[in-house]
Design a protein around this ligand. Structure first.
Ligand code: AGP
Length: 607
């Protein structure tokens, strides 16, 4: 979603800002712009891609201080006028903003009454006018006056022609980082925009502001009391953040292929063969507090929620602790009951998803304990949790999540194993699971080796306007994730259903034009699943079955894709991987840009 960059230093800001915006492209956006303070304040912004902005950037847009933005429309369509930065009427102040100003309508009315002519449909523009109208004599004072009037979430960066040496930034709910260079400083909403320039980074906390000049930065609160936020070295490999295709393949493809390595990283140092358990030091919970857990509640959004459902099954099966997953986006709106002996688990690749972050804050406000399963180190959700498990998937650039999801599954398996072993999970079962987890990287490799066959099946599916993905019990969240991946990048209608529920309604839709992708592992439910497939087959519905070698599909007319056997509890991971390839090849067949699906953002930072 929206991205912020900023620069103060000795270089010409505009090209540097545009380059940094390009590094935020994966977040999803529909317009881009920059503001630079030189002899005067100059703004260039455009609906469209960052390269469209680069094409129209005036050659003489010089200045050593500036801010830039990629916008994902919330208030008003994607037009040049609605793109950020927004300015006041005189063009003295420029503002870029992530998040939403909730009382924008009231503020717009108030400004209009005061005779201010608003140029755009956005909530952000009001902030530029409020800064300009402030009587404070410092930029910090003006920004604070404006903040006093707004309600909502924000990451903000402000420049002012009368204060040409600085960028002032403020954070409430939307991430903001300050990067420290050699006599130059950077601002960004995402580490990806900074890594080419510096690995010394400070994360602002909610409620903090910062003044950023070429000499350094200071942080403070709205009452002007100084805070002690400092910059730290982050362990990053800049090349992992490079965008664009690798060897002519989309990022999603590269990321799918990385899964054996990322799963291995997620497991590294966390399995204990001697005691047949897992050790997750980051949980910061000893055996006694783990034993005191009476329930596990998992919260995430989109695919993270579906993997959360897989995680809930793992916890119930291995630890025999009641567990369920819920969409974080729903949870926080229903005034949830928070129980002291429930372990809440927030799961997120980006660590920025606002609904998940707000769910964490709601739990903590009510005194609950919440741990995070998060990929991005130091992200807002990771920092808001009481402890947690980093996924070690590495940077994920493609909007359609793949390698982060498989490491989430591994994180849940490790958590369930550790919870189980402090309870009644036997040594023998513990050993079985440890061995199963260790086998996963090589088995994922095997699934990926079957790409050609999966690509063939995908071509046929791409022709259908509408598809079902079905599974039962452990297979159902796999079906949900498969349908999600398929619809995200192929734009086909893909609906997930419990296999058991088919004959209670959706069977009416089955026809030769509506294919079904069925998840049929070799487990205690195989016979029931195969019986349901016969009902589909009898109505002429084409079938693709993701299953294990040896499962007897009888006379079914079905395209079958076999995945390697592991322990039953771990099946969902290996069943998920072919569904990623299926979605990918269907999208390629249809000619879509798989890395930048329409209307979607990598990090969903607005409610
Ligand atoms: C996955 O392919 C999707 N792009 C999306 O559902 C994603 O999983 C969801 O928005 C949650 O993101 P997060 O893991 O960064 O919190």
């Amino acid at each position: 979603m929206c991205g912020i960059v900023g620069y103060v230093g000795g270089q010409n800001a505009a090209p540097l800002l545009v380059e940094a915006l390009g590094r935020l492209e994966h977040r999803g956006y529909d317009s881009a712009g920059v503001a630079v303070v030189g002899s005067q304040l100059k703004v260039t912004k455009r609906a469209g891609r960052v390269r469209d902005l680069a094409d129209v950037l005036p050659k003489r847009m010089s200045g050593r201080v500036g801010i830039g933005h990629t916008r994902w429309a919330t208030h008003g369509p994607a037009t040049d006028v609605n793109a950020h930065p927004h300015t006041d009427t005189s063009g003295t102040v420029a503002v870029v903003h992530n998040g939403i100003i909730d009382n924008a309508a009231a503020l717009r009315a108030r400004l209009t009454d005061q005779g201010v002519a608003l140029a755009s449909d956005t909530d952000t523009e009001v902030f530029a006018h409020l800064v300009a109208l402030s009587g404070a004599d410092t930029l910090e004072g003006k920004v604070i006056d404006a903040l006093d009037a707004v309600e909502g979430t924000y990451g903000l960066a402000v420049v002012h022609a009368d204060f040409p040496d600085r960028v002032v930034v403020a954070r409430n709910g939307s991430p903001l980082l300050v990067g420290v260079g050699e006599k130059e400083m950077f601002v960004a909403s995402d580490l990806a925009a900074l890594v080419r320039h510096t690995a010394t980074v400070a994360h602002l906390a909610d409620g903090e502001l910062a003044t950023v000049t070429a000499a350094g930065f200071t942080t403070f609160r709205r009452d002007l009391t100084r805070t002690q936020t400092t910059a730290r070295e982050v362990d990053v490999d800049p090349s992992a953040y490079e965008h664009g295709q690798i060897d002519g393949r989309p990022r999603m493809y590269t990321e799918m292929l990385e899964q054996p390595a990322s799963v291995e990283r997620a497991l590294r140092g966390r399995l204990d063969e001697r005691f047949a358990t897992a050790h997750l030091g980051g949980l910061e919970m000893d055996a006694r507090s783990l034993r005191a857990v009476r329930r596990v509640k998992i919260l995430g959004c989109g695919s993270a929620y579906y993997v959360g459902q897989m995680g809930a099954s793992l916890v119930e099966e291995l630890a025999r602790v009641p567990a369920d997953a819920e969409a974080a986006s729903e949870f926080r709106y229903r005034d949830p009951v928070i129980e002291p002996d429930t372990l809440y688990v927030a799961v997120s690749q980006s660590g920025e998803t606002i609904d998940t972050l707000l769910a964490v804050e709601e739990i903590k406000r009510k005194g609950g304990r919440v741990i995070g399963l998060v990929n991005v180190v130091g992200s807002a959700i990771a920092r808001a949790c009481d402890g947690g498990i980093y996924l070690h998937a590495g940077p994920e650039i493609a909007v359609a999540s793949t390698k982060a999801l498989t490491t989430m599954f591994v994180g849940f398996a490790l958590l369930a194993l550790q919870l189980g072993r402090v309870r009644d999970l036997s040594v023998a079962d513990g050993r079985r699971l440890v061995a199963g987890l260790q086998a996963l990287p090589a088995q994922i490799e095997q699934v990926l080796d079957g790409e050609e066959r999966i690509a063939e099946a995908a071509k046929a599916l791409a022709a259908a306007e509408s598809l079902f993905f079905v599974g039962r019990v452990r297979g159902y969240p796999v079906a949900r994730e498969g349908a999600q991946k398929f619809k995200e990048i192929s734009y086909r209608h893909a609906e997930a259903y419990q296999m058991s529920e088919l004959k209670h309604g959706p069977l009416a839709l089955i026809s030769p034009e509506v294919p079904t992708v069925a998840i049929v592992p070799d487990d205690e439910l195989t016979d029931r699943n195969v019986a349901a497939l016969h009902e589909i087959d009898a109505r002429g519905g084409p079938l693709v079955v993701i299953t294990h070698a040896g499962v007897d599909l009888g006379e079914l007319k079905a395209e079958r894709i076999d995945v390697p056997r592991n322990e039953r509890e771990l099946d969902p991971l290996l069943l998920t991987v072919p569904l990623q390839l299926l979605a990918y090849h269907a999208a390629l067949t249809l000619g879509h840009d798989v890395d930048k699906p329409r209307n979607l953002a990598k990090s969903v930072t607005v409610e």
